[in-house]
Ligand binder design. Structure first.
Ligand SMILES: Cc1cc2nc3c(=O)[nH]c(=O)nc-3n(C[C@H](O)[C@H](O)[C@H](O)COP(=O)(O)OP(=O)(O)OC[C@H]3O[C@@H](n4cnc5c(N)ncnc54)[C@H](O)[C@@H]3O)c2cc1C
Length: 431
């Protein structure tokens, strides 16, 4: 069976309940439109943002609460939303035209705007797009022409779900050849792969996985069809948040790979592929942080403006005015930072530091801080998923749960600060 027709290994989710049945309401008015003045992103990016915002309101928001409150093992991958992303052509936004993508002049900036707009409603859906189109798409785009032409059109049209696997039980922040224990050895027709990856997003439904493996003293990346003998995907993890981003372990036991499975066709370039991809990814995760922070902010402003205590709106207390003024400033900074990092990437700088690392740690911390503020501002309702008395949804608890992962994946925030510190003090001091 060809990779293109490899079936998903686990059943995908049943269609989710229609809008309004459960949990979270859509955020009220977009405050960003009044508070943020776009001076950095091109018109192309602004057009993409507007189109994806309209899509997200219509096709993501109705399912966002069910995805956020679901269970990875029973609800699974939100296939219908993924299919909608594909139908709308959104999966191709970061990719070149020769493989079915949009061929934009500023693909990274547009991709970041897509992520922010999706994360405004669903961090899980933003993460699915990130893995498929930013991580897998960008890594494959570094492949040979034959690899690009074979795999990328299926990534763009959604006929194949891809996964990107660097993390192992004992290697993630440290991706040195000494730490990575997944090994590919030369065989007569190609390679034999053995090892164990964990936390691999989309793995339970993936048709292929990009795998970082040791080849001799160095690292290489391989395109591995999940239908091959010896590939085993584990049971989905149950997580605190991002429950629509289904993760699992993947084991490789004597998996025979053909020569053309080596990404880029040259041995020893795996770390370069991985780091270039993860730099792109960290801009995307920063944008997801901004999307969640903006949603939590909008909910909070609406609630504090209408909820009354002691005969006045809660927002009449200067405590909340000052807090929201601080958060508005931080959201402005975070959006400008990720846009600047993306623009530098689009300008041909493969490692737009320190902006990418700054954007990632700043925006993801902000999203957690803003989500915690939102829970506090809503009082008891902030802590609720759904009120028993009237089925009234809890509007912000899922943002609190979902936002935390942004501080951890695609390079933890401590690693981002280490990377910035290197630029301050130099590697001789920081290591
Ligand atoms: C929902 C989810 C989805 C994921 N998706 C994927 C995926 O698709 N593909 C993939 O390959 N991986 C994926 N991951 C893995 C993720 O990227 C890692 O969990 C993350 O990089 C952190 O690695 P770790 O868990 O091994 O933590 P560790 O590397 O063990 O770090 C533990 C702690 O130590 C800190 N630390 C480590 N080194 C230093 C240092 N030098 N200085 C200071 N502090 C340090 C870290 O910042 C962290 O706080 C996913 C994880 C989750 C939870």
């Amino acid at each position: 069976m060809s990779a293109a027709t490899t079936p998903a290994r686990h059943p995908t989710a049943e269609p989710l309940p229609p809008a309004g049945l459960t949990l979270m309401t859509s955020p009220p008015q977009r405050r960003a439109d009044r508070l943020y003045h776009e001076l950095l992103a091109t018109q192309e990016t602004q057009d993409v943002r507007a189109a994806v915002r309209a899509f997200a309101e219509k096709r993501v928001a109705p399912h966002a609460a069910a995805i956020a409150g679901g269970d990875e093992r029973t609800d699974g991958f939100p296939r219908h939303v993924f299919d909608a992303l594909a139908e709308e052509g959104i999966l191709g936004i970061p990719l070149p035209a020769d493989v079915g993508g949009h061929g934009l002049t500023h693909p990274a900036t547009a991709a970041a705007a897509v992520i922010e707009e999706l994360a405004y409603y669903s961090s899980s859906v933003a993460a699915i797009f990130d893995v498929q189109s930013v991580l897998v798409g960008n890594a494959l785009n570094q492949g040979t022409d034959a690899q690009r032409k074979r795999w990328l059109p299926k990534v763009v049209d959604g006929t194949l779900v891809g996964a990107f696997a660097t993390t192992e039980p004992d290697a993630s922040s440290d991706l040195s050849p000494q730490a990575v224990q997944t090994v590919a050895t030369r065989s007569e027709p190609g390679w034999v792969l053995n090892g164990h990856k964990c936390w691999i997003s989309n793995a339970p439904v993936a048709g292929f996985v990009l795998v970082l493996a040791r080849t001799g003293e160095r690292l290489s990346m391989f395109i591995v069809d999940t239908g091959l003998p010896g590939v085993e995907v584990g049971v989905p993890d149950r997580k605190m948040g991002n429950r629509g981003q289904v993760t699992a372990d993947v084991h490789f036991t004597d998996v025979e790979l053909s020569d053309d499975a080596l990404l880029g066709g040259v041995e020893g370039r795996g770390l370069r592929h991985a780091l270039a991809t993860l730099t792109y990814g960290r801009i995307a995760i920063a944008a997801a942080g901004v999307g969640m922070a903006q949603a939590a902010f909008d909910h909070t402003v609406a609630h504090l403006s209408t909820r009354r205590t002691f005969g006045r709106p809660v927002a009449s207390n200067q405590h909340w005015q000052f807090l929201l003024a601080d958060r508005a400033t931080e959201i402005e900074n975070a959006r400008s930072l990720y846009t600047k990092a993306a623009l530098r990437l689009d300008a041909g700088n493969p490692s737009p530091e320190p902006e990418a690392a700054m954007a990632k740690h700043y925006a993801t911390r902000l999203s957690v801080d803003m989500a915690r503020d939102a829970v506090q501002a809503f009082g008891g309702l902030g802590f609720a998923r759904e009120r028993g008395a009237d089925g009234r949804p809890g509007p912000v608890e899922a943002i609190y749960r979902d936002s935390k992962i942004g501080e951890i994946y695609e390079g933890t925030n401590e690693i981002q600060k280490w990377s910035i510190a290197r630029q301050i003090f130099g590697r001789d001091i920081t290591g």
